[in-house]
Write a protein that binds this ligand. Sequence first.
Ligand SMILES: [Zn+2]
Ligand SMILES: [Zn+2]
Length: 88
Amino acid sequence: MATCKFCGCTEYCACKGGCFWVNREQTICSSCAIRHGTRFINRVSDAIVRIISANIDEDMSPTVTIEYEDSKRFTITALDFMYHYSEV
Ligand SMILES: [Zn+2]
Ligand SMILES: [Zn+2]
């Protein structure tokens, strides 16, 4: 079963307040990516980002707000994030 390598949460036992996977390998959950300041790299542009917030809305797919090293911030869906970024 997919398990977060930091906190051990799973599909069936999410972090308090909810979390979701932020990498394709399903080894890092959104709570831990924020808490640990995990750095991710864009597969195409090589830009480095951190996730600064995870947004869970029951009616929509989850999104993450990411911050680039130049402090620019963007909000994208978790699926887009997983597709374009991987852990450094
Ligand atoms: Zn975790
Ligand atoms: Zn979690």
